[in-house]
Design a protein around this ligand. Structure first.
Ligand code: XMP
Length: 312
């Protein structure tokens, strides 16, 4: 197999986007992750101000993600609009516990939001950061990644849209090579993968603003404490079950938080990170101190397979 060359890939892809879009207008949805950021920067090279990037602030992002992403893209001269639609997303997810139902509800509201933006902005093209692993996992029926449109019954035609997926042949490590080659800041090119449905995949059971906030805080602690190990992906999960702990001398039936950290190349298989004990202890101490409802912290030891990386 020919070795992947990011510079050649960028050149070829820019040519393809130019040919496809001509003098049309395009929209892309940014998630804060490396895939959508890379697709956006590539498309911006061709389209300039004919590209509008949309950050759908769904309330399910990591801490400060909307502000950080908007600032980074603005500093590169990329047009960006932040849509504050947290209420709509929590309403759409209300009372849903089943994993695939959650994904479905997320997708519906996501594409509804995107669809309205497409109509309002009168664009003909949608740039998506879909990568090879998204397509593979969806085809195998493992889970429906939200961005594999043809598999989920979203009809771009309904919106008069053409979809462009410039990264669909790439694996994560290749996307990172492209991102580095495009000069994206390290905070983005090396950023851990983050699922489209965001923290909704890490709140097991009902997704409420309060429960999401718990996972957001725990995720920040995990990311901060583990970052020197540079894991492929590390995060926190809030379980549906509860457990007994003692808080300020009183029995409390409280929350259980799982720490997950894995090593992988392409997210298709994954090994568990051998996190030094002192780091795990530090995370545990911070979670218990900074999140009053948490009474237990667990570390997940399961590789993929047989497990998956996420919990839903
Ligand atoms: P799993 O849990 O299937 O995750 O081992 C593999 C990779 O995909 C990410 N992931 C998702 N990404 N929508 C996404 O955009 C999803 O519904 C979704 N589920 C999992 C996960 O974070 C990991 O990197």
């Amino acid at each position: 197999m020919k070795k992947f060359n990011a510079k050649n890939f960028i050149e070829e892809t820019i040519g393809e986007i130019r040919k496809e879009v001509g003098d049309g207008k395009a929209l892309c949805a940014l998630s804060g992750g490396v895939d959508s950021a890379t697709a956006t920067v590539l498309a911006h090279k061709v389209l300039g101000n004919r590209l509008l990037s949309l950050f759908i602030d769904d309330g399910l992002m990591r801490e400060n993600e909307a502000n950080d992403v908007a600032a980074m893209f603005k500093s590169r001269g990329i047009r960006i609009k932040v849509l504050a639609v947290q209420k709509e997303f929590f309403k759409a997810l209300k009372d849903i516990e089943d994993p695939e139902e959650k994904r479905k509800a997320f997708r519906n509201i996501f594409y509804q939001t995107l669809g309205s933006a497409v109509k309002k902005e009168r664009v003909g093209y949608l740039i998506q950061g879909t990568i090879a692993a998204d397509i593979l996992e969806t085809k195998k029926g493992i889970k429906t990644q939200h961005n594999v449109l043809e598999q989920i019954g979203f009809s771009p035609k309904k919106y008069g849209l053409k979809i462009i997926e410039p990264l669909k042949t790439l694996y994560k490590n290749q996307v990172r090579e492209v991102a580095r080659s495009l000069g994206l800041p390290k905070a983005l090119s090396e950023r851990m993968p983050f699922p489209g449905p965001g923290l909704a995949t890490r709140v097991i059971g009902k997704v409420t603003p309060e429960r999401t906030e718990i996972v957001r805080k725990a995720t920040k602690i995990v990311e901060e404490e583990i970052k020197n190990l540079k894991p492929f992906q590390a995060f926190a999960v809030l379980l549906q079950d509860k457990a007994t702990g003692v808080v300020k001398g009183k029995r409390q039936f409280g929350n259980i938080i799982v720490i997950r950290s894995v090593e992988s190349k392409d997210a298709i298989t994954a090994e568990v990170t051998r996190v030094p004990w002192r780091i795990l202890e530090k995370i545990e101490k911070r979670i218990i101190k900074e999140i009053p409802s948490a009474v237990k912290v667990l570390y997940d030891l399961t590789p993929k397979p047989p497990s998956t990386i996420e919990y839903i």
